[in-house]
Design a protein around this ligand. Structure first.
Ligand code: GTP
Ligand code: MG
Length: 378
């Protein structure tokens, strides 16, 4: 049987290399005296070269490990987020009650004013309202239009009109646009006005109800529209079944409790977009992932806004050729690190503080410091 002996590979190579080097110096230069010195330098250089190579290898390994970890975390978070959104999609008992209440309220009104967020006009509307408000006059308000991309807002107005809605854009925090809204309301209720006239009824107020998912600005709109001087009309037994109405200029009455609809998470994107604009509690989704998605979206659709805000120059962000994460994510991560460095969001050892930098990015995005941006197009 053949005997396998283990050779001390490392040592043998090292000493033979050194002997070779010593011989080479002796033969080539005849400087026997300096051999020791040269040998020492050679050894030092080799060691330092080896050390550099080793360091580079360690760095590379660290980098890959970091990317692998980020990718693993992203996957884990994605599956968590799926669960979270699935949980969030669960239709709780009180929402069933609210829906029933709305069904009752809608019987009392002529017109439904549906408020949506102009940055996500589809994701921020619940299509159930179409069924609930069947046969009622309909106005869609693209609210928070001051935060949205005006060009796209105008495309949405055309879209909603083509679907048979009356539609206006609005910044509810400003007291303008209400005259135009009244005109639209009268136009939308023309049928009812004509029917009233045919029955000999003149100037019966138009009764309206505001509906929308949480945080689209229903209360802000109702307060601004009714104005400070507005008075609650009080109970009108028999007609209003105990409801409170707010009088609006122009013979319009508004039900004082807006109907709250639930966002409908038909797919992952809806939840994600609502989270991006801040309409879903940040605790529900992973903040860093959300900020990364904001960067990805801006990089693709509003690159100038992103680059201007954070003083980014194109040349800085070549993605590495790591194929563990898709290119967009790699770029977004590099941009995030850049923003963190600029904004002092660093932890010990100059590591990016992802939580802190994500907070800054999301705040900037939601307050339009990254420009007027719309997340979805018709
Ligand atoms: N920039 C901007 N912010 C708005 C506008 N309308 C409302 N907001 C802000 O959006 C946030 C939510 O507004 P609310 O009026 O409380 O929204 P809501 O629909 O009544 O919310 P819920 O009562 O939770 O269902 C507030 O911080 C408002 O100041 C708008 O047109 N433009
Ligand atoms: Mg409210």
């Amino acid at each position: 049987m053949k005997k396998i002996t283990k050779k001390p590979m490392g040592k043998a190579t090292k000493s033979s290399k050194n002997t070779k080097a010593a011989k080479l110096t002796k033969n080539s230069f005849g400087q026997k005296k300096n051999n020791k010195e040269i040998n020492k330098t050679f050894k030092k250089d080799t060691n330092s070269f080896k050390k550099n190579a080793k360091d580079a290898k360690i760095e590379e390994k660290k980098k890959i490990a970091k990317i692998k970890k980020a990718s693993k975390e992203a996957k884990k978070n994605a599956s968590n987020d799926n669960n979270k959104i699935a949980t969030f999609n669960w239709y709780p008992g009180h929402m069933t009650k609210a829906k029933r209440q709305m069904q009752e309220d809608i019987k009392l009104i002529d017109l439904v004013i549906e408020i949506v967020d102009a940055r996500v006009p589809l994701s921020s509307r619940n299509p159930d309202i179409d069924e609930l408000a069947d046969k009622k006059a309909r106005v869609v308000i693209l609210n928070k239009s001051d935060l949205a991309d005006d060009k796209i807002t105008n495309l949405w107005i055309t879209y909603f009109k083509s679907k048979g809605f009356y539609c206006v854009k609005m910044d509810s925090r400003k007291n303008n646009g209400f005259k135009a809204l009244n005109e639209i309301i009268y136009e939308a209720c023309e049928d009812k006005i004509q029917k009233d006239l045919a029955k000999g009824i003149k100037n019966r107020p138009i009764r309206a109800m505001v509906v929308g998912i949480p945080n689209v600005g229903k209360s802000t709109f109702v307060n601004a529209y009714s104005g400070k001087a507005s008075a609650k009309t009080g109970n009108k037994p028999g007609v209003t079944k105990g409801k409170q109405w707010i009088k609006i200029k122009g013979n319009i009455e508004l039900l004082d409790t807006p109907g709250i609809l639930w966002p409908k998470f038909e797919d992952q994107t809806t939840g994600l977009r609502l989270a991006m604009i801040g309409s879903i509690n940040d605790n529900i989704l992973n903040k860093s992932d959300l900020a990364l998605d904001v960067i990805k979206f801006l990089y693709k659709n509003y690159k100038d806004n992103l680059y201007t805000r954070y003083e980014i120059t194109t040349s800085e962000f070549a993605p590495s050729d790591n194929d563990l994460i898709d290119e967009q994510t790699q770029i977004a991560l590099v941009i995030m690190d850049h923003i963190a460095a600029k904004r002092g969001c660093l932890k010990k050892g100059a590591q990016t503080d992802y939580d802190k930098v994500s907070g800054i990015i999301l705040d900037d995005f939601r307050s339009a410091k990254l420009g007027c941006v719309t997340l979805e197009r018709p």
